[in-house]
Design a protein around this ligand. Structure first.
Ligand code: SAH
Length: 258
């Protein structure tokens, strides 16, 4: 039997290779097998992981993603035959990335596992649009939430009352219920909101409005996933550094009225 291999979870960052860590690059270079997602930077994997078998486990049009349990089974199986296995994910593996489940599966199977953190889209995609998540005197906290499933009333209540900045991943589909819920629990209709699509690609686009207008603005613009949604006063700062966003914000304010 071969010696035991290992599993390395690599957070690949938000899509731009410049934002992958040196540690992540090293792990890829040494890999025998790479299992990657659609949102991970994978276009140059042939060069980054020259000796590896590359396995796409993400969702592609017309294909289902490989089930999470099946991914865990594949990680363990390859490592047990002595391979150095890299699990390459978008952003950071521990931010809405199911990294914890894969680490647990490897540990349960007695496979050595380590995690190389990545640059999460939660902070970097807003930054690409000129939005700092904290800003002195404006916001001293941010909360990252999954929009995969609608939030409960209790969650909405606390979120609306927290102040600071709210960052939503996987939130395009549930945006109407989120916005309605926050408004119902007292968040001001004039709170600025931005949707930043396809961060760090040629197709990056920012749609800016406010709590009252964002669902209409997103509908008109045809906002689609992947997008990071930012809610809070800091969205106004995007307008300082981004002319297109400034114009959109001005239009949104006209639309919202006094
Ligand atoms: N672990 C990842 C998040 C996985 S959830 C991380 O830390 O970034 C997937 C969601 O991330 C998408 O629905 C979208 O909300 C966001 N996302 C990831 N990459 C993105 C990008 N380049 N541009 C916009 N949103 C992105």
């Amino acid at each position: 039997m071969n010696a035991m291999g290992e599993v390395t979870l690599v957070g690949g960052g938000p899509g731009d290779l410049d934002l992958m860590t040196v540690g992540g690059m090293k792990a890829l270079r040494a890999a025998d097998v790479v299992l990657y997602d659609r949102l991970a930077p994978h276009e140059q994997l042939g060069e980054l992981a020259p000796d590896a078998i590359l396995i796409d486990v993400g969702k592609r049009p017309g294909h289902h993603a490989v089930e999470q349990r099946e991914i865990e089974r594949m990680l363990v199986e390859h490592a047990r035959t002595g391979s150095r296995v890299v699990r390459l994910k978008g952003g950071d593996s521990y931010v809405l990335g199911r990294g914890g489940e894969e680490v647990a599966a490897a540990r349960a199977a007695g496979v050595p596992v380590r995690v190389i953190p990545g640059v999460t889209s939660a902070t970097s995609v807003p930054a690409a649009a000129g939005i700092p998540l904290t800003h002195r005197g404006m916001s001293h906290l941010f909360t990252v939430v999954s929009g995969h499933a609608p939030l409960t009333d209790d969650e909405l209540l606390h979120l609306a009352g927290l102040g600071g900045t709210i960052v939503v991943l996987m939130g395009v589909g549930t945006l109407p219920s989120l916005v309605a819920g926050l408004a119902r629990h007292g968040m001001a209709a004039t709170t600025p909101v931005a949707a930043v699509e396809r961060g760090f690609t040629d197709g990056q686009r920012t749609t800016v409005s406010d709590l009252h207008g964002i669902v209409t603005a997103a509908g008109v613009a045809g906002v689609t996933s992947p997008a990071v949604i930012v809610i809070g006063e800091v969205v106004r700062l995007a307008a300082d550094g981004d002319d297109a966003a400034a114009r959109q914000l001005a239009r949104a304010q006209e639309f919202a009225g006094p």
